[in-house]
Write a protein that binds this ligand. Structure first.
Ligand code: SF4
Length: 471
């Protein structure tokens, strides 16, 4: 999934880039990196959490007032030091980018970059290919004299990217001596928000990030989104240029609202917290319609992404909300762990049932989604072990039936429980008395109920198999 940020500031930017990726840590825990520039590039990156990769000393070496940062969650490419972003190339100018998403025509582009473009790829990362497509187009023009001329050149290069690169990509980038750039694929699948603050001198600082989760603490005011197909350029002197280069249907990822984004984020002008409350409300309405005579004793969220939906669900059906599963906050998110083995093992380590909330009770669990089914099955097994009388399981997300090719690790149909068996079989596999999934229309309603956004149709390819021809 990944988290990215890019900052133009009137002061050294490294510590704020670090703070940004700490606030985006939930989007990827494998690796972290920062790249800045003054008269040359400065980078530091490593495997693990941002707090483990960066120290006061290495941050102090990242000079400059312009830079980008990245949290890695691998969906394409091998897993090693070479794949850690930001990636960079020295020709032309010195360009570095951070990318969130996944490119679907990678093989075709590799051919173009290496055979036609005679460029060497140092990694198997799709981000490196994107970088070279961008760089190639910039190389074919002479160095312009003014920022406006350079922006025109950038528009040409990013339009080339939009025409050639399929899939999902939100990008922040730096170009030595030129400034900061941010752009988002024409369908706007992955999020990219923007913020501004006064620099106290009549000018402005700018931030672009996967989520606005760090804006408040860093003093930035949210200024909406980088639009799908839009390029924004902040030159070396803080002058801003922007243009929407391509206009297509706006299809942001609905799974950001279900699972990935932090609840305090506002993406595409929709508050994640509010959308999750509405998911809980809609699910409760469906429950009351389908099971009017079944009233659980207690509603427990599968912590912690489902907390908000569970709160609304419990309120709607008039049943006590309980934190009957304690989550150890020091164990990572199971879904973004790279291997199945790690995922399975961590469920037991991170969730501890509270017996007094469970024994002899009819327990209803609200989860954000059921992807592989392993976590859900393990939760049910623990509840039974701790004496639950009956176990009901509701999912705020409809059945996940198709892989994601846009940056979420749902690689094969074989791994997705709902793609292989019917709901009644899933109910038996999980070992629950009742299983209820959110309807697709109710999920869309929960995300788009508030009218002042520009979403045309959220991407739901993992739920309905509609990839708009770009898988
Ligand atoms: Fe998001 Fe699913 Fe679309 Fe992937 S396929 S971008 S997870 S909605």
């Amino acid at each position: 999934m990944c988290g990215i940020a890019g900052i133009y500031s009137h002061q050294p930017v490294a510590s704020e880039l670090y703070e940004s990726i700490v606030h985006l840590q939930h989007r990827g825990t494998d690796a972290a990196g920062i790249m800045t520039y003054d008269d040359r590039m400065h980078k530091h990156k490593g495997l693990g959490l941002a707090r483990d990769v960066f120290t006061k000393d290495n941050i102090s070496l990242l000079k400059g007032n312009i830079g980008i940062s990245h949290n890695r969650y691998p969906t394409h490419g091998e897993f090693g030091h070479g794949e850690i972003q930001p990636v960079w190339t020295s020709v032309p100018y010195g360009i570095s980018i951070a990318h969130n998403g996944q490119i679907t025509n990678y093989d075709e582009l590799v051919e173009e970059v290496t055979v036609k473009g005679q460029r060497y790829l140092n990694t198997t990362s799709d981000t490196e290919v994107l970088l070279h497509i961008l760089a190639e187009r910039l190389t074919t023009f002479q160095n312009p004299n003014t920022s406006k001329e350079f922006f025109d050149l950038l528009c040409d290069a990013v339009t080339t990217v939009f025409n050639k690169v399929k899939g999902a990509y939100s990008v922040t980038g730096i170009i030595i001596g030129k400034g900061l750039i941010a752009f988002r694929d024409p369908r706007g699948i992955r999020p990219l928000v923007k913020g501004e603050r006064s620099n106290g001198n009549g000018g402005k600082d700018y931030i672009f990030a996967s989520e606005n989760t760090m804006f408040y603490s860093m003093g930035y005011k949210p200024k909406g989104n980088v639009l799908p197909g839009e390029l924004i350029y902040i030159d070396n002197y803080g002058k801003k240029f922007s243009k929407r280069l391509v206009k297509k249907e706006f299809n942001p990822c609905i799974f950001e609202y279900v699972y990935f984004a932090r609840p305090d984020a506002v993406l595409n002008d929709v508050g994640v917290y509010r959308s999750r409350l509405r998911m809980g409300q809609n699910l409760a309405e469906a429950w009351k319609k389908k099971y009017p005579d079944v009233v659980p004793d207690i509603v427990i969220p599968a912590p912690s992404t489902a907390n908000t939906s569970a709160l609304a669900f419990a309120h709607e059906i008039g049943v006590r909300y309980s934190e009957g599963l304690y989550k150890n906050p020091f164990v990572g998110r199971t879904f973004i762990m790279p291997g199945q083995k790690e995922r399975k093992r961590s469920v037991k380590h991170k969730l501890v049932p509270q017996e007094t909330e469970i024994r002899d009770k009819k327990v209803l669990i609200v989860d954000d989604s059921i992807v592989r089914g392993n976590t859900s099955r393990e939760i049910v097994r623990m509840l039974r072990h701790f004496g639950a009388k009956e176990v009901y399981f509701v999912s705020a997300c409809p059945p996940v039936t198709h892989p994601c090719y846009y940056g979420v690790d749902m690689p094969t149909k074989k791994e997705l429980i709902a793609s292989n068996v019917e709901e009644n079989v899933i109910k038996d596999i999980l070992g629950v008395d009742i299983l209820l999934y959110q309807e697709i229309d109710d999920l869309v309603e929960a995300v788009t109920r508030k009218g002042d956004h520009h979403i045309d149709n959220p991407c739901m390819a993992c739920l309905n198999g509609n990839y708009n021809g770009t898988e």
